[in-house]
Design a binder for this molecule. Structure first.
Ligand SMILES: NC(=O)C1=CN([C@@H]2O[C@H](COP(=O)(O)OP(=O)(O)OC[C@H]3O[C@@H](n4cnc5c(N)ncnc54)[C@H](OP(=O)(O)O)[C@@H]3O)[C@@H](O)[C@H]2O)C=CC1
Ligand SMILES: CC(=O)N[C@@H](CCC(=O)OP(=O)(O)O)C(=O)O
Length: 312
């Protein structure tokens, strides 16, 4: 049996992970009482007892937790932003590239991907990897998240009525914390322009990457792009590239398209006459964007079937 400890287990992501691990006889979960959950000594003990620790903490607390792990056998999945471009950490997106799943299986330190980068990289990495998009290109990404993406504080703000519960854009200084991991794992020389927004619904996410024909290194059709995405993700347990015929019949897509699931759906939209393309990823910020991805990684690290406990 694999012993797990979720540090920050009472928070939004921690609770979602716990739900997905309920009724899993392969795992025992070390749980701290309400008084002890922020107690350094109690946490230190739990961090060093567990086979796998899952950090669902703010970045600084996650870094501190890593420094508290002294047991060389303890493996870590960090859900925070702290280690996503760090040397010695494996990026926990099994679908990133060939061999990534195997790297996660044997890793000691796994950085769970950010919610927005999970969508962006699933769309873009297949295109940069095949050099259809040069690493020199400046890409743009627009996205919208459910408000649970902001954790307990944002949930309380939306639900207490102290903030207007309207759709709003943010990240206006173009320094969002997810930009470095998008750039790094897409292999781009320039950071993408990222404009996120938050919507007054609890969970769900859309990530849009608009592209123009001139941005590609060769002439491409929508079929070509679809083919590359479909080939890249053909063995994925959680990512589905939707058929072009389906995208062509759609006139709209809702933020809640994949809400309450751990899957991600990718769409290729476009207007062939103008050479304009719109790639869209639909996911749940708390599913494939956080807790679903963490459980997928824990399954891989502990030798369980990759999708056990996931909602697909
Ligand atoms: N929500 C989402 O969609 C996603 C979140 N993440 C990441 O997951 C991590 C957790 O986020 P989320 O669950 O949303 O945040 P929450 O604020 O909902 O939860 C964080 C939890 O950590 C606890 N905590 C804070 N500091 C400490 C500490 N020093 N020791 C022990 N516990 C502590 C908090 O307790 P208290 O509330 O009492 O302060 C809370 O229970 C963050 O790094 C976030 O960026 C990643 C992907 C998506
Ligand atoms: C709506 C909202 O505020 N979303 C958060 C991102 C979610 C998150 O916590 O990001 P990590 O995956 O990096 O931990 C934000 O933009 O900061």
């Amino acid at each position: 049996m694999t012993a797990l400890f979720i540090d920050g287990g009472a928070g939004t992501t921690g609770l979602e992970i716990r739900e997905r691990l309920a009724n899993r006889p392969e795992f025992s979960i070390i749980t701290l009482s309400e008084e002890d959950r922020k107690d350094r000594k109690a946490r230190e003990e739990a961090l060093n007892q567990a086979d796998i620790v899952i950090l669902c903490l703010p970045d600084d607390a996650a870094k501190e937790a890593v420094s508290m792990v002294k047991n060389p056998k303890t493996r870590i999945v960090d859900a925070s932003t702290a280690h996503r471009t760090a040397k010695d950490w494996v990026y926990g997106l099994p679908e990133l590239t060939k061999g990534q799943k195997e790297r996660i299986q044997s890793a000691r330190f796994v950085a769970n991907p950010g919610c927005y980068p999970s969508g962006f990289l699933s769309l873009v990495r297949p295109l940069t990897e095949t050099a259809l998009i040069s690493d020199q290109q400046l890409l743009t990404v627009h996205a919208v998240s459910g408000y649970s993406g902001g954790g307990r504080k944002m949930i309380e703000a939306y639900e207490s009525g102290t903030k207007p519960s309207a759709f709003k854009g943010y990240g206006l200084s173009l320094k969002h914390k997810h930009i470095p991991e998008m750039q790094h794992h897409a292999g781009l020389t320039m950071p993408p322009i990222f404009s996120p927004a938050v919507s007054p619904c609890y969970r769900g996410m859309l990530v849009h990457v608009p592209l123009s024909a001139g941005l590609f290194s060769q002439k491409v059709t929508l079929e070509d792009i679809h083919h590359i995405l479909a080939a890249h993700h053909q063995d994925s347990a959680t990512i589905r590239v939707k058929p072009l015929s389906e995208s062509q019949d759609m006139t709209q897509i809702e933020i809640e398209h994949c809400a309450n699931s751990d899957r991600m759906e990718l769409f290729v939209f476009g207007n062939e006459s103008t050479g304009q393309i719109l790639l869209v990823a639909a996911l749940d910020n708390l599913g494939k964007g956080a807790a679903g991805a963490a459980v997928q990684n824990i399954n891989l690290m502990s030798g369980c079937p990759e999708t056990s406990g996931l909602r697909l």
